[in-house]
Write a protein that binds this ligand. Structure first.
Ligand code: NAD
Ligand code: GLY
Length: 371
């Protein structure tokens, strides 16, 4: 268990999407705070969670919401649960327990539970309300906000899904106290991503505050979650369906997905692969003459300071990268699009990376192992 998180006053942000706008409440001890759940009083409720999260956090939520055991579904923890078979079982459960159309499905857990519950909510009786209660750092800064929901298919990750915005996000930093340290660090990769793509001051703040963040100092955790959610809320409000700017959130993911695919999703957590991808994206930006060499080094150093990997898997070749990246969702008109840095704190999407620069990057990182 990580260091206990002390309580500090909650904060609230808003995702502005017209009639589908919703608040993000960020606090320490929110799950046990009756006021945080006020919108859910008097609504028919169901809750989806996994067997690890349930062991730590279900009791206090059940107490607040006063829900009966049949209103709660506990699924196995892990990515394998994000599948169509589980979607069908959840739909069966909602139908068998007569969940009405004005009910609310509460997702208590990490990105797996949020994505699964959100998709079930999107299709049950053509769509019901759902609430995200993210319990991993990755889910608090990324997956719980923005309405991307879905499950995996045998042919690939997140290939089946829907955009369906939650009605409320409740991010309680206290829940991170029981998160395995490796999962916490993986979430920090996504936090670093936000500093790199949109806020150089926040990046510098991360350089100064990494040990306090890893120690789960409440003020620091809430500052980081608030900053990331605020950036994501702005991006989603401007580009809900990823026609443009939302793609910036994929910084580091093209390389990261290639690494995850190459290693069969077994060696790295998603955030760890993204961490290596962030390093590669920064170094490619340097090779293109955009990012100052000193800033590319700052990216490597801050990733390493979070205890995250920065080097590509041993034995992975440039050909492995290009083969896996060819299947990336960001391939458009046969050209691979990269999210790169014009400078620290400013990202862009480009399909114009000269092949010699990409080859130079991959040669350098695949052969050295210590870059
Ligand atoms: P996860 O939900 O699998 O959680 C990681 C592990 O931590 C699980 O074993 C879980 O049981 C456990 N856990 C969660 N909270 C805990 C807590 N407070 N204490 C103890 N254990 C806890 O994984 P994740 O990293 O949160 O999310 C990854 C998923 O999110 C992937 O499926 C990914 O595709 C998806 N994702 C979605 C979006 C989006 O925009 N929808 C964005 C990024 C990632
Ligand atoms: N995680 C990327 C997005 O929400 O668009």
């Amino acid at each position: 268990m990580n260091a206990p998180v002390r309580r500090v006053p909650p904060r609230q942000l808003q995702v502005e999407l017209g009639a589908r706008s919703y608040p993000i409440r960020i606090g320490s001890g929110l799950l046990a705070d009756a006021g945080a759940w006020r919108e859910l009083r008097d609504r028919p409720l169901r809750m989806l969670t996994d067997d690890r999260v349930a062991g730590h956090w279900l009791k206090s939520v059940v107490q607040q919401l006063d829900i009966a055991p049949e209103q709660v579904r506990i699924v196995p923890a892990g990515e394998a649960t994000k599948c169509m078979t589980e979607v069908e079982s959840c739909l069966d459960w909602l139908l068998e327990t007569r969940m009405p159309r004005d009910g609310v499905l509460v997702a208590l857990g990490g990105g797996v539970i949020g994505d699964l519950a959100g998709f079930v909510a999107a299709i049950y009786q053509r769509g019901i309300d759902f609430v995200q209660v993210p319990t991993t750092l990755l889910a608090q800064v990324d997956s719980s906000v923005g309405g991307k929901t879905g499950v995996n298919h045998a042919l690939g990750k997140n290939l089946i899904g829907a955009f369906h915005q939650p009605r409320l996000v409740l991010a309680d930093s206290e829940t991170l106290g029981t998160l395995p340290a490796r999962e916490l660090r993986a979430g920090i990769a996504e936090v670093i991503k936000y500093g790199m793509l949109g806020d150089a001051d926040f990046f510098a703040w991360l350089e100064d505050n990494m040990p306090r963040l890893l120690a789960l100092e409440p003020q620091r955790v809430m500052d980081a979650v608030e900053r990331c959610c605020s950036m994501k809320a702005q991006i989603v409000a401007a580009d809900e369906r990823e026609g443009g700017r939302r793609a910036l959130l994929n910084l580091g993911h093209t390389f990261g997905h290639a690494i995850e695919t190459h290693t069969g999703y077994a060696q790295y957590l998603h955030g760890e692969a993204v961490a290596i991808g962030l390093h590669l994206a920064a170094d490619l930006s340097r090779l293109l003459g955009w990012l100052a060499p000193a800033d590319a080094e700052r990216v490597r150093a801050v990733i390493a300071s979070a205890g995250l990997p920065t080097t590509v898997p041993e034995g992975m070749t440039p050909a492995d990268f290009t083969r896996h990246m060819a299947h990336d969702k960001k391939v458009a008109a046969g050209k691979l699009r990269f999210v790169l840095l014009r400078r620290l704190g400013e990202a862009l999407v480009t399909a114009d990376v000269p092949s010699d620069k990409l080859e130079a990057l991959l040669e350098r990182h695949c052969s050295a192992g210590t870059v």
